[in-house]
Each structure stands twice: as C-alpha cells, then as structure tokens.
Design a binder for this molecule. Structure first.
Ligand code: FAQ
Length: 338
C-alpha cells in the first residue's frame, strides 16, 4: 500500500521555495487536514518526519531488548505469556513505523543501516539495564506510561500515515502500561523483599523516564518547526510535566517513594514541582556512553546477521509469486486472443 506512494515523487520535484505551495501546505496544516504521502510538502517537513519516525521505529525495536531479557525468567507462566505478547507488540510497532517512514521516500534498508552503523538515534531509555523482575514492571508502568503521554498527541500529527499508525500503537501501549503497573502493585503489596525490589526499580527508572521526553524546551532544536507543522502538539517540557502530574499519585498508591527530594505539590499552579534533571547523563547516553549502548547495538547487529536467511527466503518467495502471477496473466491474455 505504502510503496505505491513512492512512485509519485514527481510532485516533490517542485521548487521548495515556491511561496504558493508553502502557503497552501501551511493552510492545510492549520485547517487540520492530514498531509498524505503523494501531497506536496516542504523538504524540511519531510526530513523532520523521516528523522522522528525512524528514531521512533528504532526505539521500538531496540526497546524489545531490555524486557526480552526477562522472557525466560518471568516468575509465572501467565507473566511469561503476557511479556512475550508485549515484546512482540513492540516489534509490530517498529514495523508500522518503518512502513510509515517508507512513505516519505526512504527505504527500510537505509534506515536499518543507520541504526546498525550507530548513526541513528533511538530513545535514551533503552540503554539502561534490567537487573530484576521489578524492572520489567517499572518499564511497563513508567516507560510505556511516558510513551503514551508522548504518543497520544501524535495520533493528531499532521502526517496521515504516522498519525494512523499511532492510534493502534497507543491502544497497545495502554495495555503495556497496565501490565507494568500490575507487576509493581503485586510487588509493592508483597513481601518486604519484593517491595524493596519495586522501590529500587522506581529509583533506577524515574529520572531516565523523565529524560525520555527530550531536552528542555530551551535546548530542543526541532520543537519550533515540529509544533508549527503540527507534528508535535506539545513541547517536551509540557509533556514531561503532564507525566509527572499523572504518575506521582500512582507511586503514592503503590506506597513507593519517588526518588526526588525536591518533589512537591504546588497548590497555586496545580502541578508538581520537581528537581533538576541531570542533563549530563542524558548527553552521555546520547553520545553512546550509557550503561548498555554497546550491548544494545551488538544485540541488534547480531539479530540482523542471524536473520539474513529469513530476508533472503522472503525475497525469493515474493519473486516466485511475482513470476507465477506474470505467467498466469500472460496465459490469460493468450486465452483472450483465441
Ligand atoms: N533519546 O529537538 P528535540 C517507547 C534527540 S517509544 C534519544 O527535542 P524532537 C515504546 C532528538 O532526536 C520511545 N534522543 O527533538 C516502548 C534530537 O536529535 P537529532 C520513543 C533524543 O524530535 C516502550 C535531539 O535530541 N518515542 O518507549 C531523545 O523534536 C517500552 C534534540 O531533541 C518516540 O520516539 C531521547 N529521549 O523531540 C518500546 C516518540 N530526546 O535528531 C519498548 C516520537 C531527544 O537532532 C518498551 N518522538 N532526542 O540528532 C518524539 O516525540 C520526539 O522525537 C522526541 C524528541 C520528543 C523524543
């Protein structure tokens, strides 16, 4: 479906500085019309979307690794079945998102090469380890919770294929968040040792979860354009604040302590005030020096190499189908001539 759109790149050959096209494009965005793959769009809108959607796709794929680590060690058969389904969902999200990026004229091979070569970014959050089962709970609760907060507004993104992919993704993320919270609830209401595990996992994931929303608005290079083009509906700081306001009461319900001594409810502003984020840690992770960056890329490279035969077999099968269909069509034509 999507690849058909790539045949129609002629429209993009128009000069980008054509004022009338730009104006019409912005008017459509302002009128909340969806921009579709065959429509004219500014080159920077296209490249911003390719960047964001592909980083998002890579995040889903790399994001399978920290939890995948626990599939063989899940504490019960039910937890194992749920975790397998969740990790599989994340793979599916990656697939939709790569497809959405392909509608913009980039190939999946190019995108995968960018990830495996270390050129492409993926979410900082997936460079942290999962030493205990409670980390699986904390990922579902906090990481999927942050992902939902960020992605619900993306369902209204101006680019049609991305917005539509987000609808299903958000529904699934919502189940993921619930299963994570359920794990935390069981641990928090369990033995003192289980409660300690839950608290330590919250301590490990709280600050990285806040960093997921990206740099502060003052340092966000893309937010201005992305908000003008209605790719992003809220700024990084706005979404981070919403996440804190939503999540702190959930921590209180679990009777767990958010690891921020400066956290307090501001009655006048009707929101939580929280302590400063350690942006030096965020920068370190983005530069490839987080606790698990090297491990994650090694795992992806290994999986890609191991999967080469599957890609070859799928291509050979598609080619066989194509040849059979061509032969059948030629035979039908002959029949028609007679
Ligand atoms: N990690 O100017 P901004 C999930 C980069 S999916 C790494 O503010 P923008 C599901 C940014 O790319 C999680 N890099 O950028 C799941 C840019 O670099 P560049 C992923 C980051 O795009 C759950 C530079 O910093 N979600 O969790 C990060 O306007 C559980 C300047 O930043 C998405 O991708 C970061 N955290 O805003 C899976 C959602 N933040 O390209 C498995 C879609 C920023 O100039 C298990 N993406 N950077 O070199 C977005 O909403 C946006 O791209 C933001 C960043 C908000 C992430």
């Amino acid at each position: 479906m999507y690849t058909q759109a790539l045949d129609a790149r002629g429209s993009d050959a128009l000069p980008e500085d054509d004022g009338a096209l730009q104006q019409r494009f912005l008017a459509r965005v302002d009128a909340e019309e969806k921009i579709e793959p065959k429509d004219w769009m500014p080159a920077r809108y296209r490249s911003t979307l390719i960047r964001q959607i592909s980083q998002h796709a890579h995040s889903e794929i790399v994001g399978m690794l920290p939890e995948g680590n626990w599939i063989t060690r899940a504490p019960t058969l039910m937890r194992k079945a749920i975790l397998i389904a969740k990790v599989q969902d994340e793979g599916g999200h990656g697939a939709y998102l790569y497809s959405a990026a392909e509608t913009l004229g980039v190939s999946r091979d190019q995108l995968v090469d960018q990830l495996l070569s270390g050129k492409a970014k993926y979410s900082s959050i997936f460079n942290y380890p999962t030493p205990t089962w409670a980390d699986v709970g904390a990922i579902g609760w906090l990481v999927d919770g942050a992902a939902i907060m960020n992605q619900i507004p993306l369902c209204r993104c101006s680019y049609g294929p991305y917005a539509r992919a987000m609808v299903r993704v958000c529904r699934e993320e919502s189940f993921h968040q619930r299963q994570g919270y359920d794990i935390m609830l069981h641990l928090a209401q369990g033995s003192p040792e289980q409660k300690r595990m839950a608290q330590e996992a919250l301590d490990r994931w709280w600050w990285p979860a806040l960093m997921m929303f990206g740099p502060s608005d003052a340092n966000s290079t893309h937010s201005g354009d992305s908000q003008r083009w209605k790719i992003k509906r809220f700024s990084n700081d706005e979404l981070r604040q919403k996440f804190v306001d939503f999540t702190v009461p959930q921590a209180e319900f679990l009777d767990l302590r958010v690891p921020d001594p400066q956290l307090r409810w501001d009655e006048a502003k009707q929101r939580y005030e929280f302590g400063p984020i350690d942006w030096s840690e965020f920068d370190r992770v983005l530069k490839g020096n987080g606790p698990c960056n090297a491990e994650r890329l090694t795992a992806r490279r290994h999986a890609h190499a191991e999967g080469a035969w599957v890609r070859e077999a799928a291509s050979a099968h598609a080619e066989k189908q194509r040849r059979r269909a061509a032969t059948a069509a030629a035979a039908a034509d002959q029949e028609g001539v007679r």
